[in-house]
Design a protein around this ligand. Sequence first.
Ligand code: GLC
Length: 784
Amino acid sequence: MQYGYFDQEQDEYVITRPDTPTPWINYLGSGEYGGIISNTGGGYSFYKDPAHCRLTRYRYNNIPADRPGRYLYLRDPRTEKFWNPGFQPTAAPLDFYECRHGLGYTVLNCEKDRLYSSVRYFVPENACFEIWHLKVKNFLPARRKIQVFSFAEFSFHDAAMDQQNVDWVQQINQGRCRDNLITWYTHMDPQKVTFFTCSQKPHSFDTNLESFIGPYRDYSAPAAVTAGTCFNSISRRTNGTGAFCHELTLEGNSSSELIFILGFSSEPDKIAGMVKPYLQSEQSRDAYKRLRQYWQNYTSKLQVKTPDADMNLFVNTWNQYQCKTTYNWSRFVSLYQLGFARGMGVRDSSQDILGVMHTIPKKARQKISRLLQCQYPEGKSYHLYFPLSGKGGEGDAPVKKYDWYSDDHLWLVLATNSYLKESGDMDFLKEKIPFNDSSDDSVAVHLHKAVSFTAAHLGPHQLALAGRADWNDGLNLDTGRGIAESIFTSLLYMRALRELIELYTYLKDDTTAAQYTAMYDKMKKAVNNAGWDGKWFLRAYDDQGNKLGSAACKRGQIFVNPQSWAVFSGAADIKQGNMILDAVDKKLNTPYGIVILEPAYQKFDANIGGLTTYPPGAKENGGIFCHTNPWVMIAAAMLGRGEDAFRYYKQILPAARNDRADLLEVEPYVYPQNILGREHPQTGIGRNSWLSGTASWNMVAAARYILGVRPDYNCLQIDPCIPRTWPGFKIRRVFRGAVYNIEVKNNRHVSKGVKQIIVDGEKRAQVPVFAAGSEHNIIVEMGD
Ligand code: GLC
């Protein structure tokens, strides 16, 4: 069943009925002021850090779901009927409903009783507030009155405290309203305010939630809306709201507009001046146009035209948009992550950076610098940090013998080297960056310490120690002895070393390159000696020295990650690589995606850890953990298996399942983190949409490995691996400020192999780095 469609002209996903199987959300803002908004207007807002500067509330595990939100109630005083443009929370039937999620904005359009309304929610660039721009149109020939009630439910800024210390919080909250401006603050800190304001003088207002909703009532029929007036309540404690009632008189067939602004300020005296221009219709529209231009420019750096329309849609628009969102918010704040527990993940953000590198490399550099500050001087890293407080944290996995995750620090190498290749900014290597104490050193030393930390923490088989967990948060093998080893981390370490070897070879520093090569070779030997199971690679050794991911195991006989990463790291030779990818295809692939392991564990096993808390087929225990799928696509592309790479790409592409959206349940315009696997009775259901490494790695798999356009230190590599049937494709790529218009011709119908490269009419061995500002035409002919 289908709930909507892609409007390609507008770059919007249009939801045509409100009763989607889960709330289908969008993100507002660009990483400073932020918020999520669902297709029925549910959602919440925050400034810079959802843990420490939460502006509005949201009840995550509530039934009815998806409440509260940025609500507008439209009321016809003549009939006393009222409804919401987003259907919720009144659930009053609408004559027409449509939600348009665009890049950084959402529009709810509806019609009821000949009154059309359209409200657009967005955050102007660099603003610390959001705009709700409402237009109403009277389709009746006669004059009529309409009431508009606007509503936001305020949160205490410390989001966890808002839930935990109700006694304190509800005695210090204060609200007031002056000159169309509602402010919400605490008795102890009146300078930090959440505010809500509007473009026209209201009829009435409320700042006290209890007054607006009324005793023993709820959002579906607030006392104020039912009565047709707010109560001008001033909150001296308890719960707060920003609510206005406006009365509009509309002539026959005429329209009117109202603008509301919700935001945060630590200079309350300046709010009125700051928002004034945006309360004018024209200027609000201009701010929206600038937002559209921002995204147009953002996505223009990479545009593809392949024979597959769904791939084009995702690479050109939606996957880029999701990548930017994960880059903004890591795994911090979504419908599934509450925005106060986790902070920004070091491992997660390091991977998210890969998905935005082609378009905002300078910002990527800043983020990498921030992440490198999470590193301890000995090379390991914090697991996460909170952007406002600046504090680092350690994550949830249990501490037994070791308190570190075995992988966090190694991802920093992948992110940094990707930046160096994209930008050519080798000076970054010399930049001094603090560690998480007061000491500092160059980026090159940070990276060196990262690999050295792993090199110094090997187990009995000379493989990387597992620590609290590796990429798989639920693999908590260290039970106190501290000898458990992770083959995944060993392979990630090899990939990081491979990056460093390439880097120092390019820099002609043969001594350093040789040092890293020796470390690489040593680990390659260990992985092949102790990690090879005969037909595929093992996953790990537990703390008792037992194998995980062996054909001899009862459960968890094969895991996907050591197979894809054996190819990606170079641990597997070509023969082994093909053998293990055959095994992956045979044992782990399903029509909905590749499962993470097989067969799943049946019950909780303390020697394995968190992943066995999940029932068979869910998440890390045999689910389709989508993040791992692009790694298989990359491995397949590296080995020239073009049909496989594209098949794996297409089978988890949400757009390709738009007509079966009821099965997946989550949004068809972004990747979910997981889909229930074949051992689960509800196979095919997706969850944790939006914030997942799936976004950036699918971007990497599609753009850099399937389409094969990869930045390198001294060239733009072009090495596609595509289905043989494709006649070719086109790609427009901005690289170091120059535009490359690339046309790949596959007249010989191969999967991989480049026969000839013609750059601006001349045959060349490779595509050179051109001066910023220039534009070039490249024709690539594929062939054996
Ligand atoms: C979640 C975590 C990520 C982890 C993955 C696998 O997506 O955010 O850090 O790598 O699960 O456990």
